[in-house]
Design a binder for this molecule. Sequence first.
Ligand code: NAP
Length: 276
Amino acid sequence: MTKIVGLIGHPLGHSLSPLMHNAAFKELGLDFEYKLFDVSLNELAQKVKELRGKKFAGFNITIPYKEKVMELIDEVVENAKVIGAVNTIVNDNGKLIGYNTDGPGFVESLRDDAGVNPQGLNAVVLGAGGASRAILVTLAEEKANSIIVTDIDQEKASQLAQYVGSYFNVQVKSVKPDSRELQAALDNANLLINATPIGMHPHENTSPLSDKIQLAPELIVYDLVYNPYSTKLMKRSKNSVSGLGMLVRQGALAFTLWTGREAPVKLMHETAFAAL
Ligand code: NAP
């Protein structure tokens, strides 16, 4: 019986996940298929119940259900609990276990695509939404030295900084966007991460950072946006990394959780890149 996996969210748009996962299943000769399940909030509980069936190996969960789904499953692993969101579910004989592969996927991409280890780094993160939270928690777990977060909603940034600072032994604080404090943080940083949607297609000409803010030439710029592959922000640095790497790594980690096999990361990356 073909094992089914897939993506639950709403709206799903042009997800790259089916292409990259189905290419990987084919490459490894696995009888699996990745499907899209665009479900409304009213349908979510029923859909998750269906997941317990034998033919389902598990699922990915995306916006807007990464938090909501936690109350519908049986177990949530520790790092997903701390992040407060689940993006991958494994169906273990009817028992649903929730994971978060976004943060670990980001760190794997940072290591593989930028050749950088998060330990001891000074990072600045733009945006304090769901993706930012996964990244802050993972950077803290990986023993980053300091994390500065900024968001147009300053209260949101401040709350995220307080939350992560209360959990981990890391210097973490929030600053105002486009402020002198942000400039000072960037002058001291090794890594700048865009965890806002600013710069995404069809708004390629926008940037989450004003031109008034200076960036040192050696600063590594990691943009979670992957469409376009190279954003306006990334073009300000010679050391820039596209969020496609994170998308592929979070998918590869989910692939391994479902199949028990190492994912063909290079093929998944090539497939997703070709589809962009
Ligand atoms: P989100 O929950 O909407 O968070 C984005 C946050 O950034 C919001 O709080 C937003 O504030 C804030 N923001 C917007 N413009 C800003 C600016 N100029 N400066 C500072 N903060 C600003 O979204 P998310 O789920 O975290 O996702 C963020 C981005 O990451 C999206 O583009 C998503 O596609 C991408 N992503 C990529 C991957 C990957 O694998 N590469 C994985 C996850 C997410 P408001 O709400 O007030 O606008």
